[in-house]
Design a protein around this ligand. Structure first.
Ligand SMILES: [Zn+2]
Length: 322
């Protein structure tokens, strides 16, 4: 499968066989191949799965899992079939780190459609990077037991207002927006995560914010028109959102930079629309600089995008379980 990025194409093969070493690296799964028996042992925490080269059966928790194809050796490495990731790796990882039951996360792929976002020197459009990482994040989060709503799942334009409305209507617990960065300086690289700064009175009365608030209050079945009660709840919600978002940003920054072995530019505060006008804890992740040629090259690699998605997913698991 190919998807286009500006005038360039990046091959992405989500269904292709994969190198077990690369896959295990991405998810911090320990593994070794017993060269005599040809048994592959995989371990996360105290959990183990066993597979065998030449066989399509994996044993996990005493249960047999059947794969679409056999494992095979190739040039000193083990190649696994395409469903190995969802049937074995994510199950192994997810079993040890299940998300809090019922936790609902909105994943917001930045830009889209007529809005390409920023563009790298090799022609990489931000909107394609954000969509691919968001899809991977959704898959990882669902494998860990979360409910996920995406603000877009294709190359379409969704307004900023529309994104905050999707989050409100979903009655979600967290909002995570994925973006890629740009800078006039080509040397700058790394991941940074934003949470909401404090807002001025007028910003708190932004029409979109008030509209989302009314939707939320209706869903809370509050007695409508009780202005003083509404303002108390609105204040509580806002204070909760600001403090939780800042904590969430720290978790996500740590998880993503660790998984991708990227430079950490730290946790910052800003007043971006999607942070300002969502009512739930929200962060905006800048996954790297498209204006830095090395980082752009990394972001063009599916394996690197998967590392970032997996890092964000595991940090959300930790945050939800705190
Ligand atoms: Zn952006």
């Amino acid at each position: 499968m190919l998807w286009t990025t500006g005038c360039e194409t990046i091959p992405v093969a989500p269904g292709a066989s994969r190198d077990l070493k690369v896959l295990c690296d991405q998810y911090n799964v320990q593994w070794y191949l017993d060269s005599v028996s040809q048994v592959v042992n995989l371990r996360v925490g105290g959990r183990e799965a066993k597979a065998m080269v030449g066989s399509s059966v994996v044993v996990f928790d005493g249960e047999k899992i059947f794969l679409s194809d056999s494992l095979r050796r190739e040039q000193g490495t083990v190649i696994v079939p395409p469903d190995f990731n969802s049937k074995v790796i994510l199950r192994l990882v997810g079993a040890g780190m299940a998300g809090r039951a019922g936790y609902h996360i909105v994943v917001d792929a930045g830009h889209g459609g007529k809005d390409p976002g920023c563009r790298g020197r090799s022609g990489t459009d931000e909107k394609n990077i954000t969509l691919d990482i968001s899809r991977r994040l959704k898959k990882d989060l669902e494998a860990r037991g979360f409910k996920v709503t995406m603000t877009r799942d294709s190359d379409v334009f969704v307004s900023l207002e529309g994104r905050t409305e999707i989050a409100t209507q979903a009655k979600a617990d967290l909002f995570v927006s994925i973006h890629a960065n740009s800078s006039p300086s080509r040397n700058i690289d790394g991941i940074e995560v934003y949470s909401l700064r404090d807002l001025e009175g007028a910003e708190k009365r932004d029409p979109q914010r008030l509209k989302n608030q009314r939707t939320m209050f209706r869903s809370l079945a509050m007695k409508s028109g009780d202005a003083s009660l509404e303002s108390i709840v609105a204040d509580m919600l806002f204070n909760y959102k600001v403090s939780e978002s800042h904590l969430l940003a720290a978790y996500v920054n740590k998880g993503a930079t660790f998984a991708a072995k990227a430079n950490s530019r730290g946790v910052k505060r800003a007043g971006f629309h999607v942070l300002r006008n969502t009512l739930i804890p929200a962060v905006l992740v800048e996954v790297g600089f498209l204006t830095n040629s090395q980082e752009e090259a990394l972001l063009r690699q599916p394996d690197y995008r998967q590392k970032i998605a997996a890092g964000v997913a595991s940090s959300l698991v930790s945050f939800s379980a705190k």
